[in-house]
Design a protein around this ligand. Sequence first.
Ligand code: BMP
Length: 257
Amino acid sequence: MTNQFPARIKKSAENHHSRIVLALDIKGKEPKPLLEKTLHILKQTGVNLAAVKLNYHLLLPLDLFNSVATIINEAHNQGLQAIADLKINDISSTNTVTASYLWDAGFDSLIANPFVGLEEGLGPVITAAHEENRGIILLVYMSHKGAEDGYGLKVQSNTHTAGRFMEMHELFLDRALSWGCDGIVVGATRPETMKKVSSKVQGKLLVFSPGVGAQGGSPRPTIQSGADFLIVGRSILDATSPAQAAEDIRRATWRPF
Ligand code: BMP
């Protein structure tokens, strides 16, 4: 079966004229008010979004098959895709169990770390995801300052680059392409990298970009540099009116595919 995640998220984007993935990074230790607050934000902002992303903020305190599934269900009812952001990063027997729980809860895609490699790492997860019609998004260059300490390292891959030195993020981009992934994450705080990546990707992968607003990146230039989607958390969640903030970013950044 062909994996339809890229087509589904583009359709959600077209339906809402939105390039926004809302990071539902809502804090709270009591599960019931946390769920209520999340659903409230989702109802207020959903019409301005293409997708939602759920991180440890919700996946640790909430019950996966109950509250998390309810949030995903609400997102789907609003025509939005749901991305699980656990940045999975382990051996394949663990990764595949993690992924199968996430698919059972209803997620459409997950974010993974290419550092662990393909064989006995992410390979079986990518295969299983595509069999289940779900997407895999790989980290290529994260948005925070210290990302340079990892993604900016110069490496020599004997299997991949014929002895040439390249930066880790270039290797990760090649992995995302050759492993048949669906999308990548590149920080909005790295406009030059974004331009290089998008010229190489040329529509073969969706480019998701976190780091606008609170982390210093700018929404419109990030889309103009080639990002397909902006991952936005605090600029919307902490605004006086999350609905208005989402609408403002949506209007400033919408363009058709
Ligand atoms: P904010 O807009 O509040 O900075 O949130 C960004 C979101 O994207 C967070 O959920 C964070 O974990 C995630 N993220 C990121 O900020 N940088 C990356 O490189 C990768 C991420 O997933």
